[in-house]
Each structure stands twice: as C-alpha cells, then as structure tokens.
Design a protein around this ligand. Structure first.
Ligand SMILES: CC(C)(COP(=O)(O)OP(=O)(O)OC[C@H]1O[C@@H](n2cnc3c(N)ncnc32)[C@H](O)[C@@H]1OP(=O)(O)O)[C@@H](O)C(=O)NCCC(=O)NCCS
Length: 192
C-alpha cells in the first residue's frame, strides 16, 4: 500500500490476473499459506472445491480506464471458504433441539486466511473475516441452511478469532489439538 494515499480496499474473487508472486506469508510455518495461494487456490476454485477472495487496493489501478476484471492487483490478503460440516458434542441448539440427533451440522469453513506479513495488524484480517461472516449469514444461510462458520485455527491465531466472535469447541481433545476447531453460531446472531 502507498503510505501517501489512503488505500481503496476491496474484497473480490481471486482470478488468474491477480499478482500473488510478491505475497509474503511470514515465517516458514506460514509458507503453506503462500504455496496454497500460488499453486492451489485457482485450481480449487475452478474445480468447485473452495472459493478464494482477495483484498486489493484499487488505487493501484491508476488509470481507471484499465479494466478492473483483468488488472494485476497485488494480493494484500486472502480468505478461502468451502462447504463443511461440524460435530459439536453436547452443544445446545436451543430452539432446534430436534436437530441434535444428527452427528453433523452444516457449516461454512474458513479453509485458509492470510494477510501479507508486511501489512498485518491493520484490519485486513478482520475485513476478510467480516466478509466470510456476512456471506454465511446473509447469503448462504437463508438459501440453503447453514448454522455455523468454523475454522481449524492455528494456535497463534486463536486470539484473533476470539476477537472476531468465534469460540473454541469446548472439549479436552479440541483444546489440546494442533489446530483446534473454532466456531460461531449464526443462529445467535439473528435478530428477532
Ligand atoms: C491472523 C491474521 C489473518 C490476522 O490478520 P491481521 O490483518 O493481522 O488482523 P487485524 O489487523 O484485522 O486484527 C484484528 C484484531 O485482531 C488482533 N490480532 C491480529 N492478529 C492477532 C494475533 N495473531 N493474536 C492476537 N490478536 C491478533 C489485532 O490486534 C486486532 O485487534 P483490535 O481489534 O483489538 O485492534 C494474520 O495475522 C495472518 O495472516 N497471520 C498468519 C497466518 C495465520 O495465522 N492465519 C490464520 C490461519 S488459521
């Protein structure tokens, strides 16, 4: 991002023109997040396995006559979503207790989330999370039924997800897992 100009950030679906080459995922432990973006994200998207959204700064497109759909925006951060299901043992479904007989409940899963290491802690991660949450809540849930937004959190990201309103699945096995399940119950966000 250019320090002198306020960025004009947008979240858009990943396409083949986006520039992922300069994306820095940070330490070695985050390299798989870069590899996924560079090698798998478009393939998974084309194969209907997972959909990736990227944050771009539209101020990079200085000439506004340039076509935005094919502009080589630098990727500042990305989130990958996929359909999923979750087992939440002993979780109270409240008004919908009859659904507790099912082992699995419907969920949207955050399969990947990363912000370029040079611009973390500037709100881009929260922006991407908010995009996933509003899409799950406002688009997917009313159309097909979806109760949870979930992720398998990296331990270093647990506090970040807590701040976004997610909670840890409260089992000992999960608390001790390398990538514990975190979730947000979309039902609890519905207003009367
Ligand atoms: C985790 C990650 C996506 C967060 O993105 P970000 O753009 O740095 O986060 P934001 O600036 O939007 O932070 C939102 C809030 O969470 C806090 N936060 C961000 N990362 C945090 C972390 N690792 N631990 C604790 N709090 C964190 C911020 O301080 C901010 O708090 P505030 O609302 O009180 O100001 C980013 O740090 C990242 O890409 N990490 C490496 C990859 C990773 O761990 N991905 C998660 C995969 S499960």
């Amino acid at each position: 991002m250019d320090d002198a100009v306020q960025p004009d950030l947008h979240i858009i679906p990943l396409n083949q023109f986006h520039n992922h080459k300069r994306f820095k995922s940070g330490g070695e432990q985050f390299q798989p997040l870069k590899t996924f973006l560079q090698q798998d994200a478009l393939l998974f998207q084309d194969g209907c396995i997972a959909q990736t959204y990227v944050v771009i700064d539209d101020n990079q497109r200085v000439n506004k006559e340039d076509e935005s759909n094919s502009f080589p925006y630098k990727i500042l951060g990305y989130i990958t979503l996929t359909c999923s299901q979750v087992t939440l043992s002993d979780y109270d479904l409240g008004d919908c207790a009859r659904a507790e007989r099912y082992e699995y409940l419907p969920a949207v899963k955050i399969a990947r989330l990363a912000v370029d290491a040079r611009i973390q802690k500037l709100g881009i991660g929260a922006m991407l999370f908010g995009h996933a949450l509003s899409m799950s809540m406002d688009d997917i849930r009313p159309l097909v039924g979806c109760r949870f937004l979930i992720t398998d959190a990296k331990r270093d990201a647990i506090d970040f997800y807590h701040k976004q309103g997610m909670e840890l699945l409260d089992t000992q096995e999960n608390q001790e897992a390398e990538h514990p399940i975190m979730f947000i119950d979309l039902f609890t966000l519905l207003s009367d």
